[in-house]
Design a protein around this ligand. Structure first.
Ligand SMILES: CSCC[C@H](NC=O)C(=O)O
Ligand SMILES: [Zn+2]
Ligand SMILES: [Zn+2]
Length: 414
């Protein structure tokens, strides 16, 4: 590695060592690292707060363009990470250990998405060194709380006067790793819902056979959902649909039984039972049909089932349309982005719907085009997984890719 590259890797490791994982992300520590870093590459910095206690900073970094009348470009990344279970990792999740043989840097957040700010800033450093001057202003937003829904982060930011004043024409946000040498890009997120189903039923002795026990009623629900899930997953397994193009309904918790000092009472059938599903829908899914399915098939009242369906985030954009970014000639940013990847020597896959959710939804909801993109090829998808890693060379190539992408987007005159 050159000295510059070694420094870039070291900065990435330094950021990874800041404990930004929930439930208590060190936002102050992250800000103390990121703000001087951005200033060192010549960016203006501002800190916004959308909570009264000011413990969740949103950092805004700006590289002014020569033509402020043009809408700006926003590069986004969330600061927070999901938790890790250190005992299940090969290397401590906040040590950012670099394996000398493989170049893999192991850390929670290595892929999701703490590579991004370092890559954005190093790409800008490179462009400045090459004396490139952007026509459009480039903003970087580093935001809190994406992993927990963004209510105190991007959701508020997108509603703010400060956001409106940025006059954003296009946003890039995180995507997902690609196991092949083709870059992946995402034009939509699925909608996130939560479904909680509660069963009631007759209690009784653990030895007695009778119909209508709560757990039995809940199992009916689980079986019906499992059948639906198999049918959806089957389409993915058959290669008919991408993982973001089907409805997923995964049980994420179950609650039943009467606690006892040693565990659970074993000879009583409880009168209540509950299951929670993480439910995700493609943006164009027929929502009424899903609601009907839940009411009539998954949790019918005649089986003593009740349910709560919680919608997390917007369902349509400001114009009442499904929330996605066009990837055809109707969106000129698309071809600018596509060409930038080609000019960086990369291949781009067919645009996909992300199976999870990002802050992009808040921007797309406003009718602003946004793509999800993380330049990680030949990398297993390890977001939220144990032993999350990113290889040093892949990380460095990402910086080069962003040099092309930022150059192209900020020069776009359309
Ligand atoms: C309620 S919004 C949740 C956002 C979260 N984002 C990343 O994993 C997700 O579960 O997709
Ligand atoms: Zn993420
Ligand atoms: Zn995540």
């Amino acid at each position: 590695f050159t000295e510059l590259e070694s420094n870039q890797i070291a900065r990435f490791q330094e950021y990874l060592r800041i404990r930004t994982a929930h439930p208590s992300p060190d936002y102050a520590g992250a800000a103390a690292f990121l703000l001087p870093y951005a200033e060192s590459v010549g960016l203006r910095t501002t800190t916004l707060h959308f909570t009264p206690c000011k413990t969740k900073p949103l950092l805004l970094l700006t590289w002014p363009g020569s033509d402020p009348s043009l809408p700006s470009v926003l590069l986004n990344s969330h600061i927070d990470s999901v938790p890790a279970e250190p005992e299940r990792w090969w290397h401590p999740p906040f040590a950012a250990h670099r394996d000398a043989a493989t170049g893999r840097i192991y850390a929670r957040g290595a892929q999701d998405d703490k590579c991004l700010p370092v890559q954005y800033l190093e790409a800008i450093r490179g462009l400045r060194a090459a004396e490139f001057e952007p026509a459009r202003t480039v903003h970087i937003s580093l935001v809190p709380d994406e992993e927990i829904g963004g209510a105190d982060g991007f959701a508020e930011f997108a509603r703010s006067e400060e956001f409106r004043a940025l006059n954003i024409g296009f946003m890039l946000d995180e995507g997902q790793a690609s196991p092949t040498d083709v870059f992946r890009v995402f034009y939509a997120d699925r909608l996130v819902w939560r479904l909680i189903v509660k069963a009631a039923g007759a209690p009784g002795h653990g030895s007695r056979m009778f119909d209508g026990a709560a757990v039995g009623n809940l199992m009916d629900c689980l079986e019906t959902v499992a059948g639906f899930r198999e049918a959806q997953f089957g389409k993915v397994k058959a290669g008919e649909k991408g993982p973001g193009e089907v409805v997923s309904a995964n049980p994420v918790y179950m609650k039943a039984g009467m606690p006892s000092p040693t565990g659970f009472v074993m000879n009583m059938q409880p009168s209540e039972a509950e299951v929670g599903f993480d439910l995700r829908l493609p943006p164009t899914e027929d929502i009424e049909q899903i609601k009907r399915r839940v009411k009539e098939e998954w949790a019918p009242a005649h089986k003593n089932l009740t349910y709560e369906l919680l919608q997390k985030g917007p369902v349509t954009d400001v114009a009442g349309r499904p929330i996605f970014t066009a990837t055809n000639e109707s969106n000129p940013w698309w071809s600018v982005f596509e060409q930038a990847i080609t000019s960086a020597g990369g291949k781009l896959s067919k645009p996909e719907i992300l199976s999870s959710t990002t802050d992009s939804r808040f921007v797309r909801q406003l009718g602003i085009p946004a793509l999800g993109f993380s330049p990680m090829t030949n990398t297993p998808i390890l977001l939220h997984d144990n032993n999350e890693f990113l290889e040093d060379k892949v990380f460095l190539r990402g910086i080069k890719v962003y040099e092309h992408v930022i150059r192209a987007l900020s020069s776009f005159q359309g």
